[in-house]
Design a protein. Structure first.
Length: 432
């Protein structure tokens, strides 16, 4: 009898999970298999896709394309498109390479203008939906990208900034519009900025560890013979005081965006994989990151698939390669990520992950140039992602917008930096 009761409980739990998943994923609008690889002509807001390791082609199934984006001004009739019920507003424009964006405890938005070497603060919204105040918080930085508050909570004491070659921090109290003192160097030397230059930052949920994302110096060079790859294609771990404690995870070609899942405490990353193996290789990805995990670069990809350019190297690593949680189209250019903890969006969005897809150059048909949503159940992904914010590519293949960073405002809206139109977009839920 007890076995029947246990089976009933199990089936009820499974049904509940399936129902919850159904609320987050429109299975009737889900594309799977090779057809799920993106093409700018087919994506539309609200479409769901799932790519698996079984769907990826052999190397060189297509030629390696050179198809860099031609950036144009936003056409008069162009505007980012979101699913039904959502509204997109232009929060601010005229910026200079706006990149990573983070929300302060009081709702201020801190944005890295990397080329200018500045961190800017945008506060509030006036009656026209524009910032009430704009201030330069810090300047004189070296290609800043990562921004992290420490300690967590309503009253942090510091804001940490990831320069290309170092990590610094500024004394900070909630509401500051300008740094009250000079930068304090925490990590004086990171691997140099050749190749991938962004250095995103995140603190562990307990505040004991500082994670620093460092991309590779090359596309697929062998670290055994290329010293510039030392401590690159890694997520490095430090104490908040800047002491190096080790490589947290490795073989991650370019983990541009990182963040800690507030539900599980797991570190997640958004990754640009390697180029020059064809249109649909190698898929970019979003995944939780296991401590000590190896994700393949440069010898393998998406599990034990060998890179033909390095085939035969390090066969002992093949069975150690982890398969990421969510595979995206190759050359998507997946950058910043955030977890939705607001209450403005419908309840099924709570806890989900959003990531900015910047687009790249190595695919014959454009892919990326959007914001994707990854539905999560109790902090875990099923491999499905949704095309959430699209419309940045014109009908003649030109590009007017390239999302970089995403953050959830204190108002519950999603804020998206766009370094092509030099703007910040605000996505809110207006109802159906």
């Amino acid at each position: 009898m007890w076995k029947l009761c246990l089976l009933a409980v199990f089936l009820l739990a499974a049904a509940w999970i399936a129902l919850a998943a159904g609320e987050k994923i429109d299975t009737g609008n889900l594309i799977t298999g090779p057809a799920a690889f993106l093409d700018y002509r087919s994506i539309k807001p609200g479409g769901f896709r799932k790519i698996t390791a079984a769907d990826i082609p052999a190397p060189f199934a297509t030629r390696s394309a050179s198809n860099g984006p031609a950036i144009v001004d936003r056409p008069a009739n162009a505007w980012p498109q979101a699913p039904a019920g959502f509204k997109v507003d232009l929060y601010v424009t005229g910026l200079d390479l706006p990149r990573q964006i983070r929300t302060a405890p009081n709702g201020d938005l801190l944005v890295a203008e990397s080329d200018r070497g500045e961190i800017k603060i945008f506060r509030g919204r006036d009656k026209n939906g524009k910032p009430e105040q704009v201030s330069v918080f810090a300047s004189g930085l070296q290609s800043p990208f990562g921004i992290a508050f420490y300690p967590a909570g309503p009253n942090p004491q510091w804001v940490y900034i990831g320069n290309t070659g170092s990590v610094v921090r500024f004394s900070y109290k909630t509401g500051d519009l300008k740094a009250s003192g000079a930068a304090q160097v925490i990590v004086p030397r990171l691997p140099p900025g050749g190749g991938h230059w962004t250095r995103d930052l995140a603190f562990s949920r307990d505040g004991q560890r500082l994670f620093v994302a460092v991309g590779s110096a090359s596309n697929a060079s062998d670290p055994d013979t290329y010293p510039a790859e030392f401590h690159r294609a890694n997520i490095l771990e430090y104490t908040p005081g800047g002491n190096f404690t080790g490589v947290y995870a490795s073989g991650i070609r370019n983990p541009v965006g990182i963040g800690v899942n507030p539900t599980t405490g797991e570190l997640w990353c958004s990754v640009n994989e390697r180029d020059a193996l064809g249109d649909n290789l190698v898929p970019d990805y979003i995944t939780h990151v296991q401590r000590g995990g190896f994700y393949g670069w440069p010898y393998f990809y998406i599990g034990g698939h060998p890179d033909p350019r390095l085939e035969g190297k390090h066969p002992e690593l093949k069975d150690k390669v982890l398969v990421p949680d969510v595979l995206l189209s190759a050359h998507n250019g997946s950058l910043g990520l955030t977890f939705y903890e607001g209450t403005q969006f419908p309840a099924e969005f709570r806890g989900d992950l959003f990531a900015a897809e910047h687009g790249s150059w190595n695919r014959s048909s454009r892919t990326g140039y959007e914001v994707v949503r990854v539905p999560l159940e109790n902090g875990h992904a099923s491999g499905v992602f949704e095309d959430f914010l699209t419309g940045f590519v014109t009908s003649d293949r030109r590009v007017w917008g390239r999302p970089v960073g995403v953050a959830v405002g204190k108002d519950g809206a999603l804020y998206v930096t766009d370094d092509a139109s030099r703007s910040i977009w605000r996505v809110s839920y207006a109802g159906k």
